[in-house]
Design a protein around this ligand. Structure first.
Ligand code: AMP
Length: 358
C-alpha cells in the first residue's frame, strides 16, 4: 500500500469473532467500510460490518472477493491458513505480513525466531515421539510443559510434567494425537504480563503499558493495569516487543505474552499477530484503543498515543457471567462490551468489562 487509505475505503477482515467485531467498529469510526470473511453466518463481526462473505478462510472464491473489493486486508485470529494469506497478498496488501502469521502458528518456529532476535524464551525441544519426550524431560530435570506445536490456544492441548521419568512419557505422544509437539521447560514465573504494541507502515512504533494477566481454567480471566512490576521489568517487556515488531517487519497491533521471573527478568511466552484479549482495557482507559491503533497502522495513518487516563481492571464475561451485565451497567466507572453472541455456552467469551479506578 502506498500512502494513506482514503476515508470510505474498504478493509477486509478474515475471521468473524469478537476481535473482528471490535476492529470493524473501530474502522467505522475512522470512516472506513468493512467486509468480513467468515463461514458462520451472523457472526459477531458481521453484525457490525458492512458486508459478510460467507466462506471458509481458505476458500479461493471468498478470498478473491476480498481481494477485489478491499484496499487492505487484515485478520483477527492466528490460525488463518498462511498459504491463503500469501496468495491474497499478491493481489492486495495484507497486514500483519504473512511471515508474522507463519512464525506465530508454530511454537517451535516462534521461539526459534524470537531467540534469533536476541530475546529469551523458555528452553524448548521439538517432540515427535515418546523418545524425544524422554530426552527433553531429562534435559529439563524431569519437568516441562508439553504442547501441540500448532493450533493450540487458551491452554488447550497441553500437559504439565513434574518429577517425571521415562515411564511417564510412555504412550504420551500418541495420546496427544500423534501431531508435532514441543516440550518447554517449566518456567517458575511469579506473574504473567502482556504488552500490546503497534508498528505503522512507516516503521513507527507505539507500545501500551504492560497488563498483568490472571487465567482461570486456561482462559484469560482478568488484566490489571498497571501490572505490579518494576519499571525495569516493564521496560524490558517494551524493548522485547519493539524488537519483535521490527524483526518481523510488522504492520499492525501485536500481543506479546511474557513470564516474569523472581529476579524481574522476562521470558516471552508467545506472540499473537493480532489485537489481543489482554488489550481490551485500552478501549476504556486510553484515547486510542488497540482496535483503532490496528486500523490506524494498516491504513497508513499516524499511530495514536498509548498513555492511559485511568488505571483499570478488565474482566472477561465467560458463559453465564454475561448475566452480570445489568449490575455492571449500574456501576459508574464500568465500561461494558458485549459481543452479540446468542448462546452463552460454558467457556465461551460473551463480553468483557473494564472497571476504571478513579
Ligand atoms: P499458552 O497457551 O502457551 O499461553 O499457555 C497457557 C498457560 O499455561 C500460560 O498462560 C501459563 O500460565 C502456562 N504455561 C505455558 N507455558 C508454560 C511454561 N513453559 N512454564 C510454565 N507455565 C506455562
Amino acid at each position: 500500500m502506498t500512502g494513506l487509505l482514503a476515508p470510505g475505503s474498504t478493509i477486509g477482515i478474515i475471521g468473524g469473532g469478537q476481535l473482528g467485531r471490535m476492529l470493524a467498529m473501530a474502522a467505522a469510526r475512522l470512516g472506513y467500510q468493512t467486509i468480513v470473511l467468515e463461514p458462520q453466518a451472523d457472526c459477531p463481526a458481521a453484525q457490525v460490518a458492512n458486508r459478510q462473505i460467507i466462506a471458509g478462510y481458505d476458500d479461493a472464491h471468498g478470498l478473491a472477493g476480498l481481494a477485489q473489493d478491499c484496499a487492505v486486508v487484515t485478520y483477527e485470529f492466528e490460525n488463518v491458513p498462511v498459504r491463503a494469506v500469501e496468495l491474497l497478498s499478491a493481489d492486495v496488501p495484507v497486514y500483519p505480513p504473512p511471515r508474522a502469521l507463519e512464525v506465530a502458528q508454530d511454537r517451535v518456529t516462534e521461539k526459534a525466531s524470537i531467540n534469533a532476535m536476541g530475546i529469551s524464551t523458555a528452553g524448548f525441544v521439538p517432540v515427535d515421539s515418546d523418545d524425544d519426550l524422554v530426552d527433553g524431560l531429562a534435559r529439563f530435570g524431569g519437568s516441562g510443559v508439553l504442547k501441540t506445536r500448532r493450533l493450540g490456544y487458551d491452554g488447550k492441548g497441553q500437559r504439565v510434567f513434574r518429577d517425571a521419568d521415562a515411564a511417564d512419557a510412555a504412550g504420551v505422544y500418541d495420546a496427544m494425537g500423534g501431531v508435532p509437539l514441543i516440550l518447554e521447560a517449566l518456567v517458575p514465573f511469579e506473574r504473567e504480563i502482556s504488552v500490546i504494541a503497534a508498528r505503522g507502515v512507516d516503521g513507527a512504533i507505539e507500545v501500551y503499558d504492560p497488563a498483568e494477566n490472571a487465567h482461570r481454567a486456561g482462559i484469560l480471566h482478568s488484566s490489571t493495569i498497571p501490572a505490579s512490576v518494576s519499571d525495569v521489568t516493564a521496560d524490558a517487556a517494551r524493548v522485547a516487543a519493539e524488537a519483535i515488531l521490527t524483526g518481523l517487519d510488522y504492520v499492525g497491533v501485536i500481543g506479546v505474552e511474557f513470564f516474569v521471573l523472581a529476579d524481574g527478568s522476562v521470558l516471552v511466552n508467545e506472540i499473537a499477530p493480532r489485537v489481543h484479549n489482554s488489550g481490551h482495557w485500552t478501549e476504556a482507559a486510553c484515547a486510542v484503543s488497540q482496535f483503532e491503533q490496528h486500523i490506524r497502522a494498516i491504513a497508513g495513518l499516524p499511530l495514536g498515543d498509548t498513555r492511559r487516563h485511568s488505571d483499570c481492571v478488565m474482566e472477561n464475561l465467560i458463559g453465564d457471567d454475561v448475566l452480570r451485565a445489568p449490575q455492571l451497567l449500574a456501576e459508574p466507572d464500568v465500561v461494558l462490551h458485549l459481543y452479540g453472541k446468542a448462546e452463552a455456552r460454558p467457556g465461551r467469551k460473551m463480553g468483557h468489562f473494564t472497571r476504571l479506578k478513579r
